[in-house]
Design a protein around this ligand. Structure first.
Ligand code: SF4
Ligand code: FES
Length: 147
């Protein structure tokens, strides 16, 4: 099944949002309702902030649902989470939510295909995601509250 991607541009960058990867952490819209407003359509308004502000918020997206590409480059820039100077791979167990994996790693799917990933992904821990192995925010609907 083809993954749905939504794109929003200003003169410098194009923001790419993968709805299926969003874990509804609320980080983005709490950082700027002018840019990210889930009650508005389209929900991302690139005129609501500077390019630097938008990039900073994207880099704080814990799931990797938000990424961006520079309009003058061909390759997508993955969100770069805050990392230690050694750029260690980190796996954080999120209370009542997913495993947050940040860094650079090889992801191997059930089909055996290997993919080099850099940035963040959220892996379902509650068992309710319709997009396994990734979290799709369903942990909130089922009231998952495990440590
Ligand atoms: S996961 Fe990312 S895109 Fe989804 S609400 Fe959180 S910060 Fe926003
Ligand atoms: S942990 Fe988020 S859907 Fe399961």
């Amino acid at each position: 099944m083809k993954e749905i991607l939504k794109k929003y541009s200003n003169k410098d960058i194009t923001v790419i949002w993968k709805p299926s990867a969003c874990i509804h952490s609320t980080n983005c819209w709490k950082a700027s309702l002018k840019v990210f407003n889930p009650k508005r359509k389209p929900w991302i308004d690139m005129s609501g902030g500077t390019t630097e502000e938008v990039i900073k918020i994207i880099n704080d997206c814990p799931s990797g649902a938000l990424s961006f590409e520079r309009n003058n480059e061909m390759t997508e820039q993955k969100a770069q989470p805050a990392q230690s100077p050694e750029s260690k791979l980190t796996v954080q167990v999120n209370k009542g939510g997913p495993y947050l994996v940040k860094g650079k790693f090889v992801f191997i799917g059930t089909d055996g295909n290997e993919e080099i990933k850099e940035g963040s992904i959220a892996l379902c821990r509650c068992g309710a995601s319709n997009n396994k192995p990734f979290c799709d925010g369903a942990h909130k609907k089922i009231g998952f509250d495990q440590d």
